[in-house]
Ligand binder design. Sequence first.
Ligand SMILES: [Zn+2]
Length: 327
Amino acid sequence: MFITTPRYIIIEDNAIFKLPDILKRLNFKSPIVVTGKNTKKYNIFGYDYIYYSELEDEKIQGYDVVIGLGGGIAIDFGKLLAYKLGIHFISVPTTASNDGIASPIVSINQPSFMTESPIAILADTEIIKKSPKRLILSGVGDIVANITAVLDWKLAYKEKKEQYSESSAIFSWTIAEELINYILNSDNNLKLLVPKLVKALIGSGITIAIANSSRPASGSEHLFSHALDILKEKYNFNSLHGEQCGIGSIIMSYLHEKENPNLNIHKKIRDTLNKINAPTKLKDIGIDEDIAIEALMLAPKVRNRWTILRNGLSKEKAKEIIEKTVL
Ligand SMILES: [Zn+2]
């Protein structure tokens, strides 16, 4: 098996100005940019571009690399287009809302699927600092999720003999722990947080590539998030992926700690999200208790992945857990 990991990772203010140089170094001559209407302005070198909302793959010909320039959706569509065309992908995120900026995973629809990691990532922290605060806080939710994801992975190894990589697990856990400790021990300054968050998200994406599985960064908290995504159409709310994962991590860390009282992570995860004013309660993401109970019961059915939710929870149990953790 071959593992693609990014050959260039640039995380700094004004990183975007290095794009022509990176293209040259990788010997790409005709890039196509996939972007959104609000982020097109960052296509400062005037490369051919297309909006992700207007992508018609069959019309895209004659390019040797796709550049995803924008938020999570533009990156995802760019990654998918590169995969379909069989060419490389360069990730240029304009915000830091989830670990898709570096991972090999496309999650436009569920189930998500594995493609290739970006060959280069240019994270312009100057641009990302200006992106909506809500998106940045959402990125932190996607990182604390690594903690519960790793605990679920270990559980699946123990109870179901699932394939498990200790090194990927440690890598992913450490990335989350470092960001958590940074947030808990520093002043609440979003501008200083951004480069640390971006590094964490990129590291997280790379653990997924190395493990060749989303397991190091996606467990029961992601199942809960996917369940909420399914319920969104029915109940009309619009919380973000990372916000849902953050809330999910609060719930799932509570469940893990009930079985393993020495873990000492539930309070830490909640305190971390609280400190930066990221959502920690249902009302913060605009959903009521009944929706959360439904999502928690639906979560283990979303995909075949063994987690702390095991075969599922009764309604009474789900209600009790929601009330104790996120109401
Ligand atoms: Zn995620």
